[in-house]
Each structure stands twice: as C-alpha cells, then as structure tokens.
Design a protein around this ligand. Structure first.
Ligand code: ADP
Ligand code: LRH
Length: 474
C-alpha cells in the first residue's frame, strides 16, 4: 500500500524535535529530523518561553524534512501542558508567554482560593489545584495587567498557538485544555461557574475542537518562506502526555498503569470517567482527557527535572556529565544515602538543585549526599519510591489491580531508573516507546486522516518499536 509521510513536532520542557513518520500500513518508522534545546529566558524578573525561537526551530525542521523526503501529508504540534499566549484582535502575539515556573501566581493565590477553594476547584474541574495551572496563571495575569482584558482577543494554549501561527486557525484543542483547571469535569466545556466566580472572560476561548481535527493548510506565506509544498495542519492530541498515552502498546489495559518519564513523571491509568473523590483529591490526583474520550487519572510528579537541573548545574560549573555518565555513576552505589520527596516545593524552581537536595536532607535528618554518584542515586531512588507510592494509591482510588506498568518517554533511556521502578513497585515494567509523544502524535494524525483504525494503534507500536521488559529483583 502507499507510504504516508507526516511530521510530529514534539515540544517538551527541555527540548523540542521535528520527527518524520513513514507509515506503510504495517509499520511506522520514526526519524528525527531536527532536535533543539528549549531554554527558558528570564527577563524583567519573570520567566518566559522563547516561543518565537521555538517557532523558528520548527520551521527549520519542516524545511529540512521537505528537502529530504519530498511530499508530506500533515503536521501536528504537541507540547507540555498549562501554558498559553494571547493574540490581539489583529491576530498578533500580544506578549511573551510565561513559563509555568514563573512566580507571579504566588501573590494571587490567597484571593483566588478565597473565591474558589481548592477542593471546589477539584470538584468542578477534576483537575488537581496547582499554582502552575492555567487558571492560576490567567487570574494572576488579569490582576497584574488589567489592560490585557481589553487587548487580548483569544487565549491560545501553547500547541494551539503554534497551530495558529502555522495555519491561521485559532482553536482550543481538548486534551491541552483539559490540563488547565478551566473545564467542567462533567460537560468537558469551559466551566461557566468558574469563569464567573473568578471574573474571567469566556470570550477569550477560541472555538473548541477535539483531538484529531484538521485545521487547514499551512499558510501560503510560510510555504513560500520555506520553499515547501502544501501540508495539512492537524490539531492532534496536542498535550504531550495525551500523545504519549496514545502510543502505549497495552496488552491488558484494565490492569495496566503508565509512567510518562520526561521533565515530569506522569503516573496514572486510563479510566472511563473522571475520578473525583475525597481520596483522589487528597492523594493529589488529577483528571485529564485522552484523545478518543477516555479519562487520564494521574499524578504530576516532579520527574527528571531534578536530574536536568543537576546536569545543568554541573555543566555551568565546568564539570559537565552526560546523562549516560550520570546513570553509570549512580550504578556504582548499591543504594541511595537519602530519600527526598520530588514534589517538595523546594525543588520546583530552577537553580542550585544539589544545594537544595542537601537542604532537604538536613531538614529531614538524613545524610547529605556529597558525591555526584550519591546525589544522582538519591534522585533516582527517590523517583522510584514516589512512583511506587503513587501506583499503590492508584489501586486504592480505582479499586483496580495493577500488574503491568508501561514506562514511556526520554527518561526510559535511564535503564537504572526502569529497574529501580520494577524493584520498588514489584511489578513488571514494559519500557517503550522512547519517543512516545511523537509517535502518539503521529497515530492521532493517521487516525484523523482515515489511514489508521485507532483500535489498532497498540499493535502498530508493538510491531514498529523495540520494547524492553524489567522484572522486580532483590
Ligand atoms: P521532555 O519531553 O520533558 O523535554 P524527554 O522525554 O525528552 O523530556 O526526556 C528527557 C530526559 O531523558 C532527560 O532529562 C534525561 O534524564 C533523560 N535522558 C535523555 N538522554 C538520556 C540518556 N542517554 N541516558 C539516560 N537518560 C537520558
Ligand atoms: C509534561 C507535561 C505534564 C504537565 C506539565 C506542565 O511534559 O505536559 O503533563 O502538564 O508538562
């Protein structure tokens, strides 16, 4: 049968990539065309994403892909959750989009939670209240800069923003919107109650679309600029975690959980409906949407961010250590000297990570890890233990038994982390695919184009990728 070629632009908090997929009806091969760093920028006391530079890098990758592969059918962008930009009535980007690790929400938290207490937010939206959520950011923006209310025409979540820049079509895709704390858990529509209580303008929301909607053709001026032919722009499962989940090769979905390992570790399982109970609230679970309508019950754990910041700190100190060297160093120890809680607020902002780990250990009366090996091992054992706790909590809130854990994402290149997770959870780990978000992104595009039956996606991934298995040891 014919070969279908398409592009997935997968933008994580640490790096972005333009990936080419070639699907022959049996298998899909994935090739990295262009990878670029995603480095946030501090300015005027705030932390921003460099979105125009990211857009430039995407264009570069797209041009390259056309050069190497000729005709391409479609492209779709997936990104991290919760962040957004505004466009004005002329359709221009209004101001630099903030990074969710920016601190401007802190000053407004008290007032927002007076108007809408956390527990009520959870009941209403199914999203776990968190300072990084779109609702906290938007509330802070409109308080700090009231002129935005007049100037902003639409709020575009990060992938929606890039789709808009490529196609000229402003839309609110469902999976990415499900991360923000703004949608009603029952109807899936923006919560009128929430918008009213916080005095947020509903008019900011573009027309809503579900994952797998063809938005239109790439704008002619961009085609011309890049010297490429027409290509369809598709709103896929545009939240990177939704895309990652769309690629999981489940053998038995009912008894399976997932851990999506990147900057964050998303630990959860798919359920038919949102799980909104006192217990799921107190454990810190959130409910987001998968493409195809199921619910993602999961916890956002601070994940390899801890390793990334340590990596950056050592590089800046002139002692760079690669990720594979980091894994090898950690393997020289039998166990971690201390265990930290990855979600402690101490670790949520950039900088001085090894010092903060030390501070946490002193505070909790544990030995302070001093060598590189001890610091890395502390991070990895702590992640594995946090995963294990969350798996048990998932069983409690769903009443389901978890036999298999699917680990996906860049973090599974860390084989020690996979093995430690098997040991800590006592479950079998199936690791793969590494490029889960890019692959899931492509799967949703293929389904949208009528080239793939989504029920067959798991088989396609098993046929196309190498999966590794880890069994509990020790
Ligand atoms: P994101 O999408 O959030 O940017 P990725 O899924 O790309 O994150 O995963 C990035 C993480 O993968 C890094 O923080 C690092 O810990 C891990 N990683 C990348 N390359 C390697 C490697 N060669 N060995 C071990 N771990 C790696
Ligand atoms: C992971 C992720 C996660 C959260 C966070 C902000 O990349 O998308 O699911 O939404 O970023």
């Amino acid at each position: 049968s014919e070969m279908v070629k398409l592009l997935a632009v997968d933008l994580g908090a640490s790096s972005g990539r333009v990936m080419l997929g070639a699907y022959d009806g049996e298998r899909i091969s994935v090739e990295e065309i262009h990878r670029f760093a995603n480095i946030p920028v501090k300015a005027s006391g705030h932390l921003y994403w460099d979105v125009l530079r990211l857009f430039h890098e995407m264009k570069h990758g797209i041009r390259q892909a056309f050069r190497e592969h000729g005709e391409l059918l479609s492209l779709s962008v997936d990104t991290w959750g919760v962040d957004y930009g505004f466009i004005d009535r002329q359709g221009q980007l209004l101001s630099a989009p903030h990074h969710y690790r920016d601190q401007r929400m802190t000053a407004h938290r008290f007032r927002l939670e007076e108007l809408l207490p956390p527990r009520e937010q959870f009941k209403l939206t199914g999203n776990q209240p968190d300072l990084i959520n779109t609702v906290y950011q938007l509330y802070a923006d409109l308080q700090d800069r009231p002129e935005l209310t007049a100037a902003a025409d639409k709020l575009l979540m990060t992938p929606d923003l890039f789709h808009y820049l490529f196609s000229g079509v402003a839309a609110a895709e469902n999976t990415i919107w499900s991360t923000g704390g703004l949608l009603d858990a029952v109807t899936g529509e923006p919560s009128a109650e929430l918008f009213k209580r916080l005095d947020l303008p509903l008019s900011l929301i573009p027309p809503r679309v579900s994952a797998g909607t063809v938005l239109g053709t790439m704008l002619p001026d961009i085609q011309e600029e890049l010297g490429i032919g027409p290509i369809q722009v598709i709103a896929g499962a545009s939240h990177d975690t939704a895309s990652a989940i769309a690629s999981i090769p489940y053998t038995e979905k009912n008894t399976a959980a997932f851990i999506s390992c990147g900057t964050w570790s998303l630990v959860g399982m798919e359920t038919a409906e949102p799980v909104i109970t006192d217990q799921s609230y107190s454990y810190g679970f959130t409910n987001e949407s998968c493409c195809g309508g199921t619910n993602r019950l999961l916890k956002n754990l601070t994940g390899l961010w801890l390793l990334q910041e340590t990596h950056r700190e050592w590089a800046e100190a002139g002692e760079p250590v690669t990720y594979s060297e980091m894994v090898r160093l950690a393997e020289t120890l039998d166990a971690a000297p201390a265990i930290i809680d990855p979600n402690d607020p101490l670790f949520s902002t950039p900088g001085a990570m090894t010092g903060r780990i030390g501070e946490y250990c002193r505070r909790t009366q544990q030995p302070v890890p001093l060598t590189k090996a001890a610091i890395i091992r502390t991070i990895l054992d702590s992640l594995a233990q946090a995963y294990s706790r969350t798996i048990t909590e998932l069983e409690t809130v769903t009443g389901r038994r978890i036999k298999t854990i699917h680990m996906v994402g860049g973090g599974i290149q860390n084989e020690l982390l996979c093995q430690l997770t098997a040991n800590a959870t006592g479950r079998e780990i199936v690791a793969g695919p590494v490029e889960a978000s890019a692959l899931g992104n492509m799967i949703v595009q293929l389904a949208a184009l009528g080239k793939l039956n989504p029920a067959r996606a798991g088989e396609l991934v098993s046929r196309s990728c190498t999966l590794a298995t880890y069994s509990p040891m020790g």
